[in-house]
Write a protein that binds this ligand. Structure first.
Ligand code: FES
Length: 153
């Protein structure tokens, strides 16, 4: 992917008109992640059926425009996928779907990937479903400060 220095039309569209904003009541999984450096927070809700298919996804993001756009795109990408397929929706996949992000904004897309993983982890814990390759998220909001302290050391 070539380097982009400004926001693509898709990023601007998803920021100005974000899809799937909101909450899901009694979600199958919910995850909240944060970036301690910029203070932005993202919460992702998933509704998953008995066949492990994501029927619905909603998000709330208190953050920058790129974080809003990436969470919006991330929900669009995971809806209709199985939980195993959703694990493959990486920040790179989200960025590609948005036609790229300026380099200084790449960390914002990581928040979207982490939010998906965190919600999937919550689902797997609650339902007792094993998702191969899914690791316990390290940037759960409670752990965020510690995580970044560790990174800086
Ligand atoms: Fe914090 Fe974008 S600046 S997520």
């Amino acid at each position: 992917m070539s380097q982009v220095t400004e926001y693509s039309e898709k990023v601007i569209d998803h920021f100005s008109n974000p899809r799937n904003v909101g909450e899901i009541e009694n979600p199958s999984g919910v995850g909240t992640v944060g970036n301690a450096k910029c203070g932005d927070i993202m919460r992702m809700y998933l509704d998953i059926d008995d066949n492990k298919v994501i029927k619905d996804a909603k998000f709330k993001t208190f953050g920058c425009g790129a974080a809003v756009a990436t969470s919006s795109m991330a929900t669009e990408l995971v809806i209709g996928k199985t939980v195993d397929e959703a694990l493959l929706v990486t920040n790179k996949a989200v960025m590609e779907a948005l036609d790229g992000l300026p380099p200084v904004k790449i960390h914002c897309s990581l928040l979207a990937e982490e939010a998906i993983h965190s919600a999937l982890w919550d689902y797997s814990q609650k339902s007792g479903t094993k998702i191969d390759g899914l690791k316990q998220p390290v940037t759960d909001i409670e752990e965020t400060e510690e995580f970044y302290k560790m990174q800086e050391e």
